[in-house]
Design a protein. Structure first.
Length: 216
């Protein structure tokens, strides 16, 4: 197995998360705390919180989802962007960690009780780029892996459900980060494709594939 950017991120995130599980001080220094960002200028927390997780289950779920889609997206980035594709993939992941938390920060910068952690926002960015590039690829349901639905259908249902849960706000999950991470991944892909004159139009590619699905 070759060492990819995806594998490096998983290993680094796993090591940091395991260290933080048994080190409360480390956890407190890395976790996303909007007031600490606003009052102490600890902007690094936008990124460091993606290296820690609440527990092993949280870590495994995020990294498994990331692994399932990450290598695919990294390979496609190398094809679309022949020069620096892997670097752009890394930039997308790291920047998604911060961008997905901007709405959370704006809502909670005076809330000293609010904390957030995990790489879910960046993982959502990677998953939705995979869906946008290959919308007809089937995505299996967690509890019924043999039953899969087209990626674009899953994506629509996921965005609607996440937006609803974020508005409802009745649990301790940062659904806002999932939502904005997913949207950011798609915007990043489209923006970079046009900015670097790749000749590849991700939006047209998506529309044509979905159109063919309904025509058939």
């Amino acid at each position: 197995m070759s060492v990819t950017i995806t594998i490096v991120i998983i290993v680094f995130t796993g090591i940091t998360s395991f260290l933080a599980f048994s080190n409360r001080d480390l956890m407190d220094k890395l976790i996303f705390s909007p007031p600490d960002v606003a009052r102490r200028n600890q902007w690094y927390r936008f990124f460091s919180c993606g290296l820690i997780h609440a527990d092993i289950g949280h870590l495994v779920f995020n990294m498994y989802a990331f692994y399932m889609f990450g290598d695919k997206v990294e390979n496609i980035f190398q094809y679309i962007f022949p020069t620096g594709g892997s670097l752009l993939y890394l930039v997308m992941y790291v920047s998604a960690l911060a961008v997905c938390l901007i709405p959370t920060y704006n809502r909670n910068k005076d809330n000293y009780y609010y904390k957030s952690l995990g790489a879910s926002g960046a993982v959502s960015a990677v998953i939705f780029v995979a869906i946008f590039l290959d919308p007809l690829s089937g995505i299996g349901l967690i509890f019924i892996p043999s039953l899969s639905i087209p990626g674009f259908v899953f994506g629509i249902l996921y965005l609607i459900g996440t937006a609803y849960l974020d508005k409802r706000g009745s649990d301790n999950i940062n659904h806002s980060a999932h939502l904005w991470g997913a949207l950011y991944g798609i915007v990043f892909l489209i923006a970079m494709s046009f900015a670097l004159n790749t000749g590849f139009n991700p939006f047209t590619n998506f529309v044509n594939q979905v159109k063919d699905y309904f025509i058939k």
